[in-house]
Design a protein around this ligand. Sequence first.
Ligand code: SAH
Length: 242
Amino acid sequence: MTEFDDQRARMVEHQLAGRGIRDPRVLDAMGRVPRERFVEPSLVASAYADGPLPIGEGQTISQPFVVALMIESLGLDDDARVLEVGTGSGYAAAVLSLVAGVVYTIERQAGLAGAARRRLAALGYDRVHVRHGDGTLGWPEHAPYDGIVVAAGGREVPRRLRDQLAIGARLVIPLGRTRRAQNLDRLTRTGPESYEHDDLGEVRFVPLVGRAGWSEDRPGGIPGMSMWGQWRRPVADTDDPG
Ligand code: SAH
């Protein structure tokens, strides 16, 4: 085992299983994707820390627990077709591709989209398709989706994303009345015009911008705040990941 394999195994045990992530396919996928390859070279020593990390352009790779929670909450089958809004580093898309069949992911920052596309190809994640654009409009050519993950905080569920969800499928999105903090909302499409909501807890994500998001005047979020993409509630029942 390399040092990173060891850190990854401990992350799965303490940060994920220790906090209630149960789906064996999600735990297995999180135990396989090399998170150290998705962070800047200067941050590899912190790749398995229990929090988000900066990835440039004012954006972050989300906390491992939040990635696992969002993916588990979708209840995906092996052959599911999934849409992700907010590719960022490509880390969550890589994990999704090991749990589902195919992943379509959209990133609005061209530099991040290009870097993620190259990184995913180099690592062999060939079931992930990256597009540069406004994810609040969805990716209608491949709809309907068996699951949708929105990895940035919005004010409401973008209508186009709701419409691109298969009946019975779920969408997870951080929703809040301000840019600063959100609750993770899970929407289940129960019929052509009917949806159910569950609240999965308090989180903090970078803002979802674009047509059905916040305005783009401060796309990188709040200056001076760096801890995005994380669970806000202290979690008591876990060991110190060390
Ligand atoms: N899933 C990522 C983390 C995402 S951070 C990972 O695993 O690394 C949120 C990302 O959402 C940022 O990169 C931001 O640029 C992007 N974003 C914000 N609004 C967007 C929109 N309307 N369409 C696509 N991407 C968006």
